[in-house]
Design a protein around this ligand. Sequence first.
Ligand code: GLC
Length: 531
Amino acid sequence: MSGVLYQIYPRSFADSNGDGNGDIQGIIDHLDHLEWLGIDGIWLSPVTVSPNADWGYDVADFCAIQPDLGTMEEFDLLIDCARQRDIRVLLDLVPNHTSDQHPWFLDSRSSLAAQQRDWYVWADARADGAVPNNWVSSFGGPAWTLDPATGQYYLHNHLVEQPDLNWWNEDVRKAFDDILEFWIARGVAGFRIDVCNIIIKDAHLRDNPPATEEDDFEAQLFGQRSVYNGNRPEVHQVIQRWRRLAESHDESRVLIGETPVKIDVLADYYGDGADELHLAFNFPFISSTFDAAMRTIVEETETLLPPGAWPAWTGSNHDMSRFATRWANDDPFKARAAIMMLLSLRGTPVLYQGDEIGLGDTEVAHEDMRDPLGVLYWPAYAGRDAMRTPMQWRDTEGGGFCAPGVSPWLPFGDVKACNVEDQHKDPGSMLVLTRDLISLRRHTPDLRTGQYASVGAPQGIWAWRRGEDVLVALNLGDHDAAFEGFSGQILIGTDRRRDAESFSGSVPIRAWEGLVASLRTKGERCKTLRP
Ligand code: GLC
């Protein structure tokens, strides 16, 4: 858990067979890159069977591999090849909903008396003929769709093609136990659990109350507070059940929740610190601006999480604008400071493919859009394709993602300006900085597991200690500054020319510069190494 995770969006990682889609063999082919980078575990966005209304997040078979991504044999091979490199594989589990093509839903909608009718959330229209309640889909529009054949509405918190499962039903719970067991038996190290905070809904399907002025952006957008269709108390029983299952094996499996909630609510998903999620994604953090506001969020997280809980820090994913664009405004200096932060906080950093080379968002033209949200809401919202464009391996036609002449499923960004191969050769690159920070973390116990403690610093500088020995300081302002009160030696600076520089009482930090330092003097460090 103190290692570094890396999210792979398989369709965009590497295409091994010339169809323009990334695939499992493509991941196997690039494990050397991940090993070189020092990654401990990969989280794969869904690789299971899906009609792709929402690109894998509408699952039609939880225990089979999507054919254009590969085969079960290739998946098993991936687990083996990764293990040989000490890399563990985590899968994406989507328990809130299935595809409308899933056999469970096909049965469920077949008649009011169907065996699996109760596996989904069905409800009658209100007396006046209106939809069962006022809930809205988090993808916009009503959360209910009428099924004319049976005369009832089904609930979908996302697309119409993603009917929500009924987590009050014990058979649904058992079916998911089996799914978890199926993948655990194949050697997966854990699961990232999609929208795990909303899986169980109010048993009485009560209306959500209207949003008030104090509510967050999302509540304002939807005009209501998600009181009855998310974060219900009963969700914790389900997560505890999964935790027990995850720990019932020789080697505990990791549960990482997608938990888009405020920090006090996030803390609840860790349970007592040992009986719910191992890691919960921190959305206030990822959504923050890269300035003093972020320090406040980190401090709040450190304060509110229960004892023993371990935070997760991520800057990008397949749903959110990449941090090189969102936090760093496509300024490479800022992106370097951001990767230093992610890799130096107390907790598990989860990088998204491309973060290591400072890849920013790629604008995707309307006619090339594949994300249903972009297609639906453009131009008001351009969707999520900008953060899903193919990985940029090389400055060649196909970008090293696919063979020359093959047309990729989404267009490339600027492969010349940003690619793995060129950065590999450049000791000053973002890629080498990322690799070196991961390695430093691995070999410095205080940086890996030491406590976090903020340190008072001049305006614009965010500084913290990790354990006894390590000091991290980032200048998140546009002015050069000096940081007083510590003596030691820089281990890694975002400006690599400063690596190994000693300082005594004061250390200058230029605008958007960052450094990780040891507070021991050189002599003391030698003593520790040779007691
Ligand atoms: C999660 C996924 C997102 C998907 C949604 C519905 O938020 O990260 O990509 O669209 O769930 O499954």
